[in-house]
Write a protein that binds this ligand. Structure first.
Ligand code: ASP
Ligand code: MG
Length: 401
């Protein structure tokens, strides 16, 4: 098999840990596999480099930033290849450019456009382990680019796709993806398998493990992703096509998002075009609207409620300023939480939503807003009940079993 292994910042956090990674890579070679390794910078390194730049400028030149930040990953890729060679495992370190990774020209937030399989492919054919510096590529002008924070995951997935790897393993300090946040519910269980779509909906659970953009890319390219820990031999969680999951549980996991705020527009003029005007204004200010609920109007007025990320409240305020004349009253509530129940099994079963509502009723938790999709039920509740709700739902769907 050809396996792409990506090691995150904590996994290569110091020299002993890099030595440990080298042993893991060696073991994979011993098992008879070809390996392309993608590494992050040592943990804290990218932040340190950003601080260095900010010593000189609040708004440093982005091209220079890319040159600076890309250096963190180069250090680890070179060190790991030196360690592997010393152990008798031929290895070659490559920068993004040397690995043939071509991006667009958006410095500090570039998108990968294509990958030339030749440089990595020929090294692998020569029996070498390829160690690629993650998070970087080369723009059309020949300048170094970086992919945005956490971008090494993307490098790994894109390489796995381009090289037609059998597996892309993402190593972190977490064992995999859990049915819910174990800090909230200690009975949370590690999932063996989960589909791309479920993983995307459970983003908050995977946030520490995987960047969402890389799950989207894995889905698009059909890359089998495994997230696992580099500190033990536990098997991790496989993120794959829905068809590859034999027994689909009704509910796979419970996610919690406390960073949402609710905006209530009361006494809104009830006429064609008003929603379009309001939400276009929000879009113009780059506000990401999530849930929207409109109540049936009466006396020519209606009420529209929606949620936005807490960090975008000020932008929402600015956008809504223009509607002074067509909206009676605007209310903002920040202490809300969104609890979501996710599972592909709910497509083919009834009663999943009813059970969620009953569980909230039994705990005396008021549901302020509801939205559903094929594989998700989300509820907005008061933030102070968030943890209670998560634990109650986790138990109601027997996720601890
Ligand atoms: N070193 C980069 C960061 O800290 C990229 C990565 O680790 O994925 O964001
Ligand atoms: Mg990361």
């Amino acid at each position: 098999m050809l396996i792409v292994q990506k090691y995150g910042g904590t996994s290569v956090g110091d020299l002993d840990r890099i030595a440990n990674v080298a042993k893991r890579v060696a073991r994979t070679r011993d098992e008879g596999h070809d390996v392309i390794v993608v590494v992050s910078a040592m943990s804290g390194e990218t932040n340190k480099l950003i601080e260095y730049a900010h010593f000189f400028s609040k708004n440093p030149d982005r091209e220079a930033m890319d040159l600076l930040l890309s250096s963190g990953e180069r250090v680890t890729s070179a060190l790991l290849s030196i360690a592997l060679n010393e152990m008798g495992y031929p290895a070659v370190a490559m920068t993004g450019r040397q690995a043939g990774i071509v991006t667009d020209r958006t410095h500090t937030a570039a998108r990968i456009e294509k990958i030339d399989p030749e440089p990595m492919g020929s090294a692998v054919r020569e029996g070498k382990v390829v160690v690629v510096a993650g998070f970087q590529g080369i723009g059309p002008d020949g300048r170094v680019t970086t992919l945005g924070r956490g971008g090494s995951d993307l490098t790994a997935v894109a390489i796995a796709g381009a090289m037609k790897a059998d597996l892309c393993e993402i190593y972190t300090d977490v064992d995999g993806v859990y049915t819910t946040d174990p800090r909230i519910e200690p009975k949370a269980k590690k999932m063996e398998r989960i589909s791309y779509d479920e993983m995307l909906e459970l983003a908050s659970l995977g946030a520490k493990v995987l960047q969402n953009r890389s799950v989207e890319m894995a889905k698009k390219m059909g890359v089998n992703l495994v997230t696992r820990s580099s500190f033990n031999d536990n098997p991790g969680t496989l993120i794959t096509k829905e068809e590859n999951i034999m027994e689909q549980p009704l509910v796979s996991g419970i996610a919690l998002d406390k960073n949402q705020a609710r905006v209530s527009l009361k006494g809104v003029e009830d006429r064609p075009g008003i929603a379009s005007e309001i939400f276009n204004a929000l879009a113009d200010e780059n506000v990401n609207v999530d849930m929207i609920v409109q109540t049936i109007g009466a006396d020519g007025k209606t009420e529209i409620d929606f949620t936005v990320p807490q960090t975008e409240i000020e932008r929402a305020r600015a956008a809504l300023e223009r509607f002074r004349d067509s909206i009676g009253e605007i209310d903002y509530k920040e202490n809300i939480a969104k609890v979501s129940i996710v599972g592909v099994g709910m497509k083919s079963h009834s009663g999943v939503a009813a059970k969620a509502f009953t569980t909230m009723a039994e705990e005396n938790i008021n549901i302020e807003m509801i939205s559903t999709s094929e594989i998700k039920i989300s509820m907005i509740i008061d933030e102070k009940y968030a943890e209670l709700a998560v634990r109650a739902l986790h138990e109601a769907y027997e996720l601890d079993k």
